[in-house]
Structure formats: C-alpha cells, structure tokens
Design a protein around this ligand. Structure first.
Ligand code: GLN
Length: 447
C-alpha cells in the first residue's frame, strides 16, 4: 500500500531520495509468513517507515541531502535503525532533507525540492521536510526525523502532522550524521500522538555507543496517554505570542489553549526573558559545531572525491567546493569565524553563557508548570522560493523551536487548525527533561 501510494503521489511531493522496494517487500513477506506462528509480534510489526537521509542505514544510500555524500553506502546501521528492526518495522526508503540538516524548508537539499502535500506551491518545512511530507501524503505509517533547532517540529507543523523532539540524550545519536552534536536528536514524525508514543517507546534506550546517551528509566509512554489533564499547570510565554507571530497562528494557539482549559488545565501567561537571544545564540553555536563536524568530509574518507586535482590540498579543496552547497559553506564560514582565536571569547564563549541563561529560564518555569505551550513556528508554511535567498529571514523562522534545543528539553508539535491560506498550524508543547510522558499526555488529550 505504501509503495502504491508513493507511486501515486511522489511525482508531485518528492519526499523520497531513495526507495528500498525489493528489500522492503521481502521483509514484509517474511513477516507475513511469521504471522500466527506463536512468536510475539514486535511493537512496530510490519509498519512501513520512512527514514531521514542523515540516519545511516546499512547497504542503503545515506546522502544527508548532500552531493558530497551522493555515493555513500554505509556499512553499519544507526542504533535507531537496529531498534526499529528489532521492533519489526519495515524501512521503505530515505527521505529528502536540507543538506546536513541546515535549513527550514528542504530547499537546501542538493538533489530535489520537496513539496507540501497540502499545496505543492508551499514548502514542507525543514530540515526533515521529506519525512513530514511522506506522513502527510500517507506514503509511510511513521517516519524518523532529526531535530537540531526545530527540524522535526517545524516540518510537522507545516505539514499538519505530529513531530516529537525527545530530550537530548534519550535517543541514541550513534549513526546519526552529526550536524551540531550538542543539539542533535532523532525522533518520530507520525499521523497522531499515539503513534509517536509507540515509536518513541522503541527508540528510547541507553546506548553504550553514544557517550551522551542518558541512563534513565524509560517510562511507559503508551499508558501515559490517559486523556487526563485536569489541574495540570500550563505556562504560555508571552514572548512566543508577541511580535513577529502571524495572527492566524496566534489565533490557532489561543483556541487550543481554550480547549486545554476546557479539559481542566490551568493556563497562565509566563515569561522566557532571554527568548530574543535564542536565534543569535543558536546560529553561533550550531555553525561552530558544524564547522568542526564537517571537517571530516575531505574527499578521502567518505563520499565523492574530486578527480581533477593534482595534489592533496587541491583535492580537499575541489571535493569540498563541489560537494557542499552554499548554505553549508555559509555555516562553515560562520562557525570557523566564531571559533577562531580572537573571536572565540566574544562569540562562541558568550553564546555558551547565553545558552545557560536560556536553559535557566526554562528551569525556573518548570519549577511551577508541568508544560509550556506556544506555537511551533511563527508562520504556517511559506511559498517555495520565498525565503531561500534571504538566510536571515529563514533563520528567524526558527524562533519558537531553537530555545528548546538550547535547553535540551522535549517538545512536540501537534496540528491545531488551519490558517486562512489553507495551511496547517502547529501547537508546540514543551516539557521537563525526560518528561516525554507528560508532553505526550497533554498532546494526546488535546488532539
Ligand atoms: N533550521 C535550523 C537550522 O537550519 C534547524 C535545523 C535542524 O533542526 N536540523 O539549523
């Protein structure tokens, strides 16, 4: 059914970079034969999954949306992939994305543009735009995305589906190609909250292969979906409903808050005073980490090697010049600058300090509130080409999502109505570190 649906829709949507039809069908057949033989079924038994192309898959091309990795065929699986496979999900293919996760519209892919299934003139969001579009178009039953500064939640919001960014460290990063290692996290993009709880149950686990993987007890996310939010304290930061937030988005969020109140939640206005520094802080720290992480692409160890160079330095230069797209180059330059001696204290170190202040803003609120709620993005999906030539405007679209990554907390985006242009609005529910259970419970009660 998935491949049929892809055939019908992907000519317009273009969510997938690679399909793995033969192996997926063989796996489905094998699972089918297993049915009724008494073995316990995996939690995701037989479910077709779409995987963002920066999560490494054994013997299945993993490009990160970059021409530099156009021929990269990993020899191992990310831990997340091993866990899906143990739960008996079926990988159907790899989805399009902004190159190395750098972008908010999937227009920075080195290969193709993905279109929003609600209206192909609009972007699907990014950087996990292919995964979100695949779910919105009914091509897969669940997808994996990754979120460094909003890349699961913002495309989920733009495509009218559910996207969950787990607490940093809850899901292993082993085999997730690094963009900004202190932010990156893998999480589910699904049609509804219950599906997100199932996929998270499979993904969340300590992993000795990832030194930042947390050793925490994993609660039962599925039984957390009680529908009950009575007496729950909801903080609504005024900074996330102020200037720059589209009026339709604001209305959608205010309506959603009324629904939560109707269910017995206590809603109060609160403040995250350092919000105005979140975008500049993120856009110093993330490119700094990226400039270091992307140094490994030298044309020797991975991917495409330039064949027109006559010495080693030329070969590095040619491989990187032709392999990387312009946004990736911009980030490498920004990051290299912020980390260079003489500027490190003024930019990188200062940004680290502001990161702590932003985290403390959340800590203070979570001493009193169970969840913090606001929009996922300041706007609904924008038109293709509208912001692509103006990187600063594109960066500003991340204002509602990056504070969460700076603090490392979990957050979900759930659909909350439509704007006048017919595009979906996303409601963001943020929680305490490792309290995905409450985030999911509130999202599920609202949905
Ligand atoms: N849009 C943000 C960026 O370009 C977030 C991307 C992400 O979460 N991978 O960095």
């Amino acid at each position: 059914a998935s491949f049929k649906r892809i055939q019908e829709t992907d000519e317009t949507v273009k969510a997938f970079l690679t399909l793995d039809e033969d192996r997926a069908k063989a796996k489905a057949k094998q699972l089918d034969e297993q049915l009724g033989k008494g073995d316990e079924m995996g939690l995701l038994f037989g479910l077709p999954a779409a995987i963002k192309d920066n999560i490494v898959t054994e013997n299945l091309k993993t490009t990160c949306g970059s021409k530099l990795l156009a021929n990269y065929d990993p020899i191992y699986n990310a831990t997340a992939m091993d866990r899906l496979s143990a739960a008996e999900a079926i990988v159907i293919g790899k989805t399009n994305m902004d190159e190395f996760g750098m972008g908010s519209s999937t227009e920075n892919s080195g290969f193709q543009l993905t279109h929003n299934p609600w209206n192909p003139e609009y972007v699907p969001g990014g950087s996990s735009g292919g995964s979100a579009a695949a779910i919105a178009a009914g091509q897969a039953y669940f997808a994996l995305g990754t979120d460094t500064g909003g890349s699961i939640r913002q495309p989920a919001s733009f495509c009218g589906v559910v996207g969950l960014k787990p607490t940093y460290g809850l899901v292993s990063r082993f085999g997730l190609v690094a963009y900004a290692s202190s932010f990156d996290v893998i999480g589910p993009i699904t049609k509804n909250v219950e599906d997100a709880a199932y996929v998270l149950s499979v993904l969340a686990a300590h992993d000795p292969y990832d030194s930042t993987s947390a050793e925490v007890e994993i609660p039962d996310y599925i039984s957390a979906l009680t529908g009950e939010v009575k007496g729950l304290k909801v903080g609504v930061p005024k900074e996330l409903l102020g200037e720059g937030i589209d009026p339709d988005v604001k209305n959608g969020v205010l309506e959603a808050l009324k629904v939560l109140e109707g269910l017995g939640a206590i809603v109060e206005e609160v403040s995250l005073p350092h919000t105005e520094y979140a975008v500049p802080t993120y856009y110093i720290l993330a490119p700094s980490e990226a400039s270091s992480n992307l140094a490994r692409y030298d044309g020797v160890r991975y991917g495409v090697r330039a064949d027109n160079a006559d010495n080693l330095i030329e070969m590095y230069k040619e491989s990187r010049s032709h392999g990387f797209g312009s946004e990736v180059k911009r980030r490498i330059m920004l990051g290299t600058y912020a980390l260079s001696s003489g500027y490190y204290d003024a930019y990188y170190k200062k940004a680290q300090k502001v990161r702590t202040l932003i985290k403390q803003d959340f800590d203070q609120l979570f001493a009193k509130y169970d969840v913090i709620v606001g929009p996922t993005a300041p706007t609904t999906a924008f038109k293709m080409g509208e912001k692509v030539s103006d990187p600063l405007t594109m960066y500003l679209n991340d204002i509602c999502t990056v504070p969460v990554n700076l603090a490392g907390i979990p957050a979900i985006s759930v659909p909350c109505g439509f704007a006048q242009n017919g595009m979906p609005i996303g409601l963001q529910i943020m929680g305490k570190h490792f309290d995905e259970a409450t985030v999911l419970r509130v999202a599920h009660a609202f949905e």
